[in-house]
Structure formats: structure tokens, C-alpha cells
Design a protein around this ligand. Structure first.
Ligand code: ATP
Ligand code: MG
Length: 252
């Protein structure tokens, strides 16, 4: 699995049509920046791709395979990783433990199985995993990782999510406003991590409102508006497109 594709994705909530036929693809080693005004449906699209929200019609492809019928856990085991607009962090665990959870997808094939059966094997592999956790935390500029997650800032939650993704060694990555609320060193850490994911061949969908931070990181951009991708292309052509300027920046 090296890329992501959405074919004619439709989604309504009750009578409200949110996605009216969304089409795009992201190749391995590529970052697509997805923009859209508040309520355009960006998070809905990420929830659909990751298997949390069902689509009404259309198809999601992860690599060669259509994801229909696969729940979010199966999609994760196939190499899909994501962050959440409202970060999902276990506050009663330390930052280190929260990040280690990512390895349950890539290395340990399910943390519960580790605890129930292979404790010996787990501890044998622990040294290498522990080093990886420290490395990915350093990558995102997350420090003092033995602190409880309940005691850290919102911006650090975002860094935990990115570090956890790095532990997953994913093939498809969906990032929902990863820079929002993050300080300067964290932003640099996320940018560095994006480079690592790209170099590892992951297909990355990056949603963020901050064009100044997003634009230099992406290979292509797409604008979601009125339920469809209305502009898509290289960064320069998007930023100068009249439709983009009218719809997103409010300049005609
Ligand atoms: N579970 C839900 N039930 C009903 N309506 C929903 C649900 N989730 C999202 N919506 C609606 O779908 C639309 C798209 O929401 P979504 O959160 O996907 O937008 P977004 O582009 O991520 O916006 P933002 O930039 O503010 O994060 C909005 O009108 C929202 O109110
Ligand atoms: Mg959103």
C-alpha cells in the first residue's frame, strides 16, 4: 500500500449534504495539502478515510485495495495512521507510553496480545522500541517524556500524536490541523517529521488553515468547497487561481 485515493465520495448528515463527490489521490512519498473553510468537510473526509465514519457512496482505496468493509483498526494494521483535530491522548499515561502505543500497530501487532501472551518477547524487543520512542519524541521536539499526558499543554498533545504516527511506520498518513496550537519548536519538529514520512514513502494528507506553514511543506494543494475539490494542483497555481482566491482567501 503506497497511496490513497478517494473516488466520488458522498456524505450527508441528516439532510445536510457535506461531501458531494470528492475525488483526489495522494501518491507514496507525496504530501497533499487540503484546505477548506470551517465546516467544508475536511475532518469528515479524514474520518471517512480512516474508517470512523461510513460514507454514503463512493470508494476509498488504500494502495490497490478498496477499504470498503474495513473498520478503523483494520485500516491501521494496513498502514493508515492519523491525528485528530481534537487530539486523542490518554491523560493517565506518560508521554512515553502514549507514543509507544503507535508500536502496537507496526511492531507488536496489537498491544493486548503482547500483554496476554508474549511478555518475554516483549521485554526482549523493549530496548530497541524504547530507543525508537526516544528518537521520534526528539524528532518532534517533545521533551521530558516521562511526564503524565494530563499535565502537558495542548500543543504537546499534537506532538504526541505525530510521534505516535512515526512509531506506526505508516503508508498513508492523515493529519487534521497538526500545527494548530503548537509552539515554534514543535512546528519545526512536525515539519522535520513530515520530511521523514515523505522520505519513507508515505502518502500524506495534510489539513491545516495556516497556509504560510502548510504551503512550503506540500507537493500539491487541493481546496474543498461546497462538497467538492474545486481547485487542485501545484502550490503556486492554486494560490494564484481565481477560484482559490475567491473561495478561500476572499479576494476576487
Ligand atoms: N457527526 C455529525 N453529525 C452531524 N453533522 C456533522 C457531524 N460531523 C460534522 N458535521 C457537519 O458536517 C459539516 C462538515 O464538518 P467538518 O467538521 O468535517 O468540517 P471541517 O472542514 O473539518 O471544519 P473545520 O475547519 O472547522 O475543522 C459541518 O457542517 C458540520 O457541522
Ligand atoms: Mg475539521
Amino acid at each position: 500500500m503506497s497511496y490513497l485515493r478517494c473516488d466520488e465520495v458522498l456524505k450527508s448528515y441528516g439532510g445536510v449534504k457535506v461531501l458531494l463527490g470528492v475525488n483526489f489521490e495522494v501518491n507514496g512519498g507525496e504530501i497533499l495539502g487540503l484546505l477548506g473553510t470551517n465546516g467544508a468537510g475536511k475532518s469528515t473526509l479524514i474520518d471517512i478515510i480512516s474508517g470512523i465514519t461510513p460514507l454514503d457512496s463512493g470508494a476509498i482505496y488504500l494502495g490497490e485495495h478498496e477499504a470498503r468493509g474495513l473498520g478503523s483498526e483494520k485500516r491501521a494494521y494496513q498502514g493508515l495512521a492519523r491525528t485528530f483535530q481534537h487530539p486523542q491522548v490518554a491523560k493517565e499515561l506518560t508521554l512515553r507510553e502514549n507514543v509507544l502505543i503507535g508500536a502496537s500497530v507496526s511492531e507488536l501487532k496489537g498491544l493486548p496480545r503482547v500483554f496476554s501472551s508474549a511478555l518475554g518477547g516483549f521485554f526482549k524487543g523493549w530496548g530497541a522500541l524504547s530507543e525508537q520512542v526516544e528518537q521520534v519524541c526528539a524528532d518532534v521536539a517533545l521533551t521530558d517524556i516521562d511526564r503524565l499526558a494530563g499535565e502537558v499543554t495542548f500543543g504537546e498533545f499534537r506532538l504526541v500524536e505525530i510521534a505516535r504516527i512515526l512509531m506506526q511506520k505508516p503508508k498513508v498518513v492523515l493529519l487534521d490541523e497538526p500545527f494548530s496550537g503548537v509552539g515554534d519548536s514543535g512546528i519545526q519538529g512536525i515539519i522535520y517529521s513530515l520530511g521523514k514520512l515523505k522520505a519513507a514513502g508515505a502518502a500524506v494528507l495534510l489539513v491545516d488553515h495556516n497556509i504560510d506553514i502548510l504551503a512550503p511543506q506540500v507537493d500539491r494543494m487541493a481546496l474543498l468547497a461546497q462538497g467538492r475539490i474545486v481547485v487542485q494542483g501545484d502550490v503556486q497555481s492554486c494560490l494564484t487561481s481565481p477560484v482559490f482566491r475567491e473561495t478561500y482567501i476572499g479576494v476576487s
